[in-house]
Design a protein around this ligand. Structure first.
Ligand SMILES: Cc1ncc(COP(=O)(O)O)c(C=O)c1O
Length: 409
């Protein structure tokens, strides 16, 4: 008798970020004062004019029906216009495919581009969904590790060293989840030119495009390297920019043959995204960026606070993130040290201990391909943020030096 669950689907790991969030929410529901740094979602409500557009859409029977699988024509037009406005990429509406969140765009991009035997260069730390989406599509992720010494930025030399005749795609994400790193424009250009020169496709995830701080700016790879346009898929969505994670609207932009093939796939998979959500997304992308600027100012303030406070946690080292809303400290200095009777050997064990002992939820670096780190989202209220990191500081201060067993008791 064959296995009950197929090898392909049985090999998918649960999303570690969603799992941490679910555990933290369950503990909270049970009355525990858990502070969650796990979820990658803004704590703000969706802007009121977007919600109003959705309410009106609910009342319009046209939105109670199926619509074209690739998305409402008005929304595809508006995404094309927004892309021109925000990143300078000229793309006709026919090359926009509206998806159920950026996540479906990532999956469909790989499903459309990869055959068995194709490799995808995946700079690590990476967002936890990429390797699963690549593997589901029959490809193989080839991790290219980075660390805090380069600000978590991959170099073209590293990419070239990892390239083989099987390399078909490079996954590029800036600003990055989980590190908050933002590639400077010249490095985006060098990497894009290298990809174009070697006939490598780029899937570039721009979902955090508006969340950059200080001097950092997002630039779109096909804009700085136009010769890449025919081998480039851009992934984006409304979730992070407009505090719309629950509405499930994203999109992919790409060459006509790829977008057409991905739309065929989507027509058998999920058909159109819920029309009410598409109408909400239409209000978001065709409106101004005022709400985004307001949220970005709050994230920036929290970013500076969390970095300052994390740097005071004994055993942690935290580079300053330039974008998104994550800090990614190294916690190697805390591993192998006794803490409340336990000795965490890995960041996964440390994250569990932190949840149990400090009631603070964080995601271990294992979820992003780099053990020895923690990811903390700072998209939470200022008071919770300060309280949560204070708890971490107190807990870490109790860690005993290796070989120091019992001395502090
Ligand atoms: C880098 C990155 N890309 C894409 C997504 C997908 O977002 P959504 O499916 O909510 O639009 C996320 C969400 O966490 C992300 O962090």
């Amino acid at each position: 008798m064959g296995a009950r669950v197929s090898d392909r689907v049985g090999s998918i790991a649960e999303s570690a970020t969603l799992a941490v969030d679910a555990k933290a929410k369950a503990l909270k529901a049970a009355g525990r004062p858990v502070i969650g740094f796990g979820a990658g979602e803004p704590d703000f409500p969706t802007p009121a004019h977007v919600v109003e557009a959705a309410v009106a859409a609910c009342r319009d029977p046209r939105n109670h029906r199926y619509t074209p699988a690739a998305g409402l024509p008005e929304l595809r037009e508006a995404v094309a216009a927004k892309t021109r406005r925000d990143s300078g990429l000229e793309v006709p509406a026919a090359r926009v495919l509206i998806t159920n969140g950026g996540k479906q765009a990532v999956y469909q991009a790989f499903a459309t581009l990869l055959d068995p035997g194709d490799d995808v260069l995946l700079p690590a730390p990476y967002w936890t969904t990429y390797p699963e989406a690549i593997a589901l599509a029959g490809g193989a992720p080839v991790e290219v590790p980075t660390d805090e010494s380069s600000g978590y930025l991959v170099s073209v030399e590293q990419l070239e060293a990892a390239r083989t005749p099987r390399t078909k795609v490079l996954l590029f994400c800036s600003p990055s989840n989980p590190t908050g790193a933002v590639y400077p424009p010249d490095q985006v250009e060098v990497i894009g030119r290298w990809a174009a020169a070697n006939g490598i496709w780029v899937v570039t995830d721009e979902i955090y495009e508006h969340l950059t701080y200080g001097e950092a700016r997002h630039v779109s790879m096909p804009v700085v390297v136009p010769e890449l346009t025919d081998r480039c898929v851009v992934v984006n969505g409304v979730a992070k920019t407009y505090a719309m994670t629950g509405w499930r609207v994203g999109w992919m932009l790409g060459p006509p043959d790829v977008v057409k093939a991905a739309a065929n796939l989507q027509s058998h998979l999920t058909s159109n995204v819920a029309n009410v959500s598409q109408r909400a997304a239409l209000a978001a992308v065709s409106g101004d960026l005022e709400a985004v600027h307001h949220m970005r100012a709050a994230f920036d303030r929290r970013r500076l606070t969390i970095v300052r406070m994390l740097r005071e946690v004994p055993g942690m080292e935290c580079p300053e993130p330039q974008g998104a809303f994550y800090a990614y400290p190294s916690v190697r200095g805390l591993l192998g040290r006794e803490l409340r009777g336990r000795t965490p050997a890995t960041s996964a064990e440390l994250a569990e201990l932190i949840l149990d002992e400090a009631e603070v939820a964080v995601v271990p670096g294992e979820a992003f391909g780099t053990p020895g780190y923690l990811r903390l989202s700072y998209a939470l209220g200022d008071d919770d943020l300060a309280e949560g990191i204070t708890r971490l500081q107190k807990l870490a201060a109790e860690a005993e030096e290796p070989g120091d067993h019992g001395a502090a008791r």
